[in-house]
Design a protein around this ligand. Structure first.
Ligand code: SAH
Ligand code: MG
Length: 200
């Protein structure tokens, strides 16, 4: 892939205030991808395709990324960007709300990246667990939500998101079949690795 094209895609997203993955978060995920064999990735929250394009270069031969986005204009922009990055054979976009799309998805994914509506994280987790390969990994971005998740005081507007993010962190931490770490990179990244040979 052409590096300057990727830099341009990133620059345009930032200029348009699209909430793309932060550099330090991306670095952590890229390290994880370098150290694992990943053939199938599921992403919830495509935006304009930046993270999907970045992840696509770590896929094994014939690997694919399925990614879900509900805003039509973003889907269009993501398709354009994916073409520009010449990865249209590797990245497939589901246009629609993940709440409706997820129940229709079957198969197993080596990595699942949750990066969409914070109030839906527990719901996304229930599907991520269903769709996770035996030694797969679930990543969730923005789990610390600018520090609100760990603070006692939250404005009304943030309350539902905070409650659901806390619920998400509790579930992944308490699930005996997952090994979870919460990293303070970017806006908070939860990394949950499924323990081998155990059913969820
Ligand atoms: N992963 C992207 C950034 C995603 S930003 C990157 O790093 O490049 C989050 C995106 O999730 C937004 O574009 C938003 O429209 C989308 N989104 C939020 N809730 C969603 C839902 N329920 N279903 C599908 N997409 C959703
Ligand atoms: Mg994010």
């Amino acid at each position: 892939m052409n590096k300057t094209e990727l830099a341009k895609i990133k620059q345009e997203a930032l200029e348009e205030h699209i909430p793309i993955i932060m550099d330090d978060t991306l670095e952590v995920i890229e390290k994880l991808l370098q150290n694992r064999k990943v053939t199938k990735i599921l992403e919830i929250g495509t935006a304009v395709g930046y993270s999907a394009i970045c992840f696509s270069k770590f896929l094994e031969e014939n690997g694919v990324i399925d990614t879900i986005e509900r805003e039509e204009d973003r889907v269009e922009k993501a398709k354009e960007n994916i073409k520009r990055a010449e990865v249209e054979e590797k990245v497939h976009i589901y246009s629609g709300d993940a709440v409706e799309v997820l129940p229709t998805i079957e198969g197993k994914y080596d990595m699942i990246f949750i990066d969409a509506a914070k109030g839906k994280y527990p719901f996304f987790l229930s599907h991520a667990l269903r769709l996770l390969a035996d030694d797969g990994i679930i990543l969730a971005d923005n789990v610390l939500y600018k520090g609100y998740v760990m603070s006692d005081y939250n404005k009304h507007k943030q309350r539902t998101a905070v409650r659901n993010l806390r619920e998400y962190l509790k579930e992944v931490s308490e699930n005996p079949n997952l090994e979870t770490e919460i990293l303070e990179v970017g806006d908070g990244l939860a990394v949950s690795i499924r323990k081998k040979d155990e059913a969820i």
